[in-house]
Ligand binder design. Structure first.
Ligand SMILES: CC(C)(COP(=O)(O)OP(=O)(O)OC[C@H]1O[C@@H](n2cnc3c(N)ncnc32)[C@H](O)[C@@H]1OP(=O)(O)O)[C@@H](O)C(=O)NCCC(=O)NCCS
Length: 212
């Protein structure tokens, strides 16, 4: 284990999108946004037995927070609260984590994310993913990032396809999501694939500038 995990803690931002480590004081905001988004999030999340409101209560956040903080400290993850800074107000609107980090000859991690339905379609998660990937490949010292997505999840597949992740695998019955073993499409990117473009955020800015 490292004394301090490479690339952690970190605060990253681009325009109104801010990625920062969770705080204990996020409990109420986290619970509010998770509870308000049950139908939006449940089809894409790991099966966990129990009532949605209980699993997403301010009290549960204490355990979530402890777990995320520990993963950041040990170098297993880089778990960010995704916030929007608008009109001088910072609001927690989502989550992104570079998780399951394995170092040595692998130097790889998996990214998971979600955003509040009320701000969907504004490019918040592509921006967050580009920030997180550039950071992971930079001071995080990683070489490869994977994102695994259910074939039915068109919005999420759009996110990685827009950013130019490579579709490289089909994982049958890969994860227990929303009550059953679900197939996933494996997308990946390695640091070489983006270096010549000045990073993934630079690519994303160029793509956005071209879109009317
Ligand atoms: C997948 C997700 C994170 C995308 O985040 P986002 O910040 O909205 O990303 P974008 O703004 O780039 O939108 C992605 C696509 O969503 C679709 N979309 C846009 N607005 C939408 C809305 N209001 N509702 C549903 N889908 C919408 C569009 O197809 C868009 O692609 P386009 O830009 O080519 O039109 C978000 O939809 C989400 O949180 N979904 C539920 C949880 C989830 O699926 N997590 C990922 C599991 S792998």
């Amino acid at each position: 284990m490292f004394r301090r995990a490479p690339g952690w803690p970190a605060v990253l931002s681009d325009g109104p999108v801010l990625l920062r480590p969770y705080r204990r004081s996020d409990a109420a905001a986290w619970s509010q946004v998770r509870r308000a988004n049950r139908e939006w999030l449940a089809p894409w999340e790991s099966s966990v037995p129990g009532d949605w409101d209980d699993l997403n209560s301010p009290a549960t956040f204490r355990w979530v927070y402890r777990d995320l903080r520990r993963s950041g400290r040990t170098g297993e993850g880089m778990p960010f609260a995704v916030c929007l800074q608008e009109d001088g107000v910072e609001r927690l609107v989502g989550h992104i984590n570079v998780g399951n980090i394995v170092r040595r000859a692998f130097c790889s991690g998996y990214v998971g994310y979600w955003v509040d339905r009320r701000v969907a379609g504004r490019g918040v998660i592509p921006t967050a993913l580009a920030l997180a990937v550039d950071h992971a490949f930079g001071s995080g010292g990683l070489h490869r990032i994977e994102v695994n997505i259910r074939p039915e999840n068109r919005p999420s597949r759009r996110v990685v396809e827009k950013l130019g992740f490579r579709e490289e695998a089909y994982h049958a019955r890969y994860m227990h999501i929303d009550g059953a073993w679900r197939d996933h499409i494996g997308y990946a990117m390695t640091s070489e694939e983006i270096a010549a473009e000045g990073g993934l955020l630079a690519r994303w800015h160029r793509l956005r500038a071209r879109t009317p």
